[in-house]
Design a protein around this ligand. Structure first.
Ligand code: 6PG
Length: 238
């Protein structure tokens, strides 16, 4: 489902409203809401809005459990850390307690880190559990999470979390794999800006070619996928 807005302000408000609805439905139905946050720069404004006076009282945050769709393999206080970005924009302003946040452990080897994170997810969700919501961004090269073009993790069918060395950023990443993302109840992409228009077109309109356009792998098994786009990012698909 496409949600296209004229302005970034209305896009962020629509996405925040969606997040709040998802959270409150999950908390009402199961007593908790488990979300995997996206990283990078796009979601910073969304997290800041959710933590603002306009939204902070719309969710019972004590019932929300935060995971990460991917993480850069850097110390947790590194400026590149997705955890640090979420802590600064969302967890600290909302006084989220540490027991509700599941950062990736980047103090061990990448392989060990992926195994530990997969176990943490399984422990939290349980055998048949699913993420209530997975937030995703889209790179201008059509990657999402840390599923980058021409990487082995695109073919991963067993593991739920994998380490991957990404040549183009010269960095190890820890990422949820496509099978785990696709098992979510709800998936939401937040993409804005002219620079993303081609990538959005590749994902939504081009023939299936996930080696080049990895976000094409995101096809929910039984859940739903929502694209929150501003008019610039949607300019080649709307
Ligand atoms: O760790 C990351 O960088 C993200 O999880 C990644 O998948 C991001 O969503 C895209 O790279 C888009 O990033 P921007 O929002 O910064 O363009």
């Amino acid at each position: 489902m496409l949600h296209i807005t004229d302005s970034l302000e209305s896009l962020l408000a629509d996405t925040a409203d969606f997040f709040v609805r998802q959270a409150n439905d999950a908390i009402q139905n199961s007593g908790k809401f488990t979300v995997a946050l996206s990283g990078g720069s796009s979601p910073k404004l969304l997290y800041t809005l959710l933590a603002s006076d306009r939204y902070s009282d719309k969710v019972k945050w004590e019932h929300v459990y935060f995971f990460f769709g991917d993480e850069r393999f850097v110390p947790s206080n590194d400026p590149q850390s997705n955890y640090r970005m979420a802590r600064e924009t969302l967890f600290d302003p909302l006084l989220i307690t540490n027991d509700k946040v599941f950062p990736v452990n980047t103090t061990v080897s990448p392989a060990e880190s992926a195994l530990l994170y997969e176990q943490a997810i399984k422990n939290h969700l349980g055998v048949a559990g699913k993420f209530d919501l997975i937030l995703l961004g889209l790179g201008d090269n059509s990657h999402t999470a840390s599923l980058f073009p021409h990487t082995a993790v695109l073919h991963e069918k067993q593991s739920l979390v994998k380490e991957v060395f990404v040549q183009e950023v010269n960095q190890y990443r820890i990422t949820l794999t496509a099978p785990l993302i696709n098992d979510a109840k709800t998936i939401a992409f937040l993409v804005y800006g002219k620079g993303k228009a081609d990538a959005v077109h590749h994902i939504l309109k081009d023939p299936f070619n996930p080696e080049e356009y990895p976000a094409q792998l995101i096809q929910p098994i039984s859940g739903s996928v929502h694209w929150f786009l501003d008019k610039d990012a949607a300019s080649r698909v709307a």
